[in-house]
Design a protein around this ligand. Sequence first.
Ligand code: NAG
Ligand code: NAG
Ligand code: NAG
Ligand code: NAG
Ligand code: NAG
Length: 527
Amino acid sequence: MDFWTFNTPSAITPITSHQICSAAAIAVPELPGAKILDMTVMQIRNYSTSTGEFWDASPLDIRGLDVCNVTVTYTHPGWDDTIHVETWLPLSGWNGRFQASSGGGWTTGFTQGLALRASQGYTVSVTDGGHAADSGADEWALNEDGSVNLHLLEDFASLALHELAVLGKAITHAFYGTPAAYSYWNGCSTGGRQGLMLAQRFPDDFDGIMAAAPAINWSMFVVAGYWPQLLMNQMGVYPELCEFDALREAAIQACDHLDGVRDRVLSAPGACDFDPLSVVGQPYDCNGILRTITKEAAILAQKIWTGPMQRDNNARRWYGLNLDASFWLLPRVACATEDRVKRCRGHPFEISEEWLRLFVINDQEFDLSTLSFDEFDALFDISKDKYDDMIGTANPNLSQFRAAGGKMITWHGTADEAIFANGTLDYYQEVLKHDPAAADFYRYFEVPGVAHCLQSISNAPFPQDVLASLIAWVEEGKAPETINAEWKDPFTHSTLMRRKLCQWPLVARYVGGDITQESSYSCDKHF
Ligand SMILES: *[C@@H]1O[C@H](CO)[C@@H](O)[C@H](O)[C@H]1NC(C)=O
Ligand SMILES: *[C@@H]1O[C@H](CO)[C@@H](O)[C@H](O)[C@H]1NC(C)=O
Ligand SMILES: *[C@@H]1O[C@H](CO)[C@@H](O)[C@H](O)[C@H]1NC(C)=O
Ligand SMILES: *[C@@H]1O[C@H](CO)[C@@H](O)[C@H](O)[C@H]1NC(C)=O
Ligand SMILES: *[C@@H]1O[C@H](CO)[C@@H](O)[C@H](O)[C@H]1NC(C)=O
């Protein structure tokens, strides 16, 4: 058997007859607490599109898709919101399963997921959560009077996700005349947080949840994402990415051997006590120009790796970036040349910037570059106090999800440059404290060296076929001991390296042989 070819799950309920894609044939679903404003039904024939990269799919050209498109528009009376849920039902080849198209960033659901999942045989629903999928938070966060639109935030954080499940499943049942045999959530980043929210608050909605690199503890980690910018503004130092890359490379070189294999992948970045001051003065190449690492950049990198500290007691507020994570996003710098003088300034990660300005400070015009350490500290508390209950998504009590028979898999790349993987580990450990046997239904896989959600930006073996593993667990009771991971050449797509990802707390330890083959590793105790 070829261990590495995971078959696409087979159809459970082949359905061929009695699907009529018309408004007359599909009953308008009921949605408690909401008022349905409209339902449109249209056939889409021979649909073609090109999808971008997903956490579980390379960019694809999808051709000749035939689906029934059922779109429901509804509101929560008194909330002044308008939410659209679009459901695509394959006209042939339905695999009997329902899948939600999850979101990312401020997007409640990716519409490209409709074509992708329908082409894989699923009925699939997406919700816009009451705001346009491609809109920044400026367009919806504040009411006319300047207060935060807590209703739209709640739609985004939780409620619209449950309602998507209710509507999507009802429409599936009405269209095929039989309910979906199983339903799945499959998401990364905001999509991962959404999966955890469903497990925590709506434990009956999905049989299986794949919640990767979850944006949990949102009210804290999003603020922590601004920490590198605060440091740069306070220090008046704005290193360019080349210099940060040189520091990161030096850290990787210094600690690559600790896991027994020199492959540029750090299996335990925390075990590395690299001191960036030790490489001050070392030369590096920046687009053909030779420069040397400065003391200021080294000090800055050290503070970014440490993470935000509380002012009064010097306790850690949140985690910092791991040593092998890229600096491209959170400590991002923009430079411009004027009168032959190059000037650089901070260019914050939009979500951190928008969250602070709109939701925490409540001032659309606020200039964050003037923030002091004390003000940042105060904002951290405000964010947590005001929003943790609504969007924190870190309740470790999953007893109802367990009782409902749900299964869940989380993976997180330890070189994630946007969401600190340590927050996810922290959550999983809390879940285990609550229920020492939680691995019966919820398993965590740490992924060394992998960046935020995407294979194309990761220089390490990337998780493969995780949804297939989840389906095997839900439908056949086969709990995943390991997850396959492959590092593919981004241009030739040939496989450079294969690994097994081990179920936490185990790690893949080198036992000898070809370092590019998974058989050269075994799952062993943590370092
Ligand atoms: C489907 O669309 C393609 C173009 O995308 C076209 O070449 C083909 O003829 C169409 N097939 C049918 C059956 O209409
Ligand atoms: C599906 O229907 C909705 C509502 O009519 C529409 O906005 C959307 O564009 C349709 N999708 C496609 C691909 O035609
Ligand atoms: C994440 O949020 C939960 C719930 O508020 C909290 O108990 C937990 O301590 C937070 N995690 C960290 C690392 O602070
Ligand atoms: C963060 O996670 C990494 C990867 O698992 C680990 O090596 C490190 O010790 C953790 N750091 C902290 C402060 O928990
Ligand atoms: C966990 O949640 C369940 C269901 O909501 C509740 O009955 C139980 O008391 C909770 N357990 C703890 C330790 O809080």
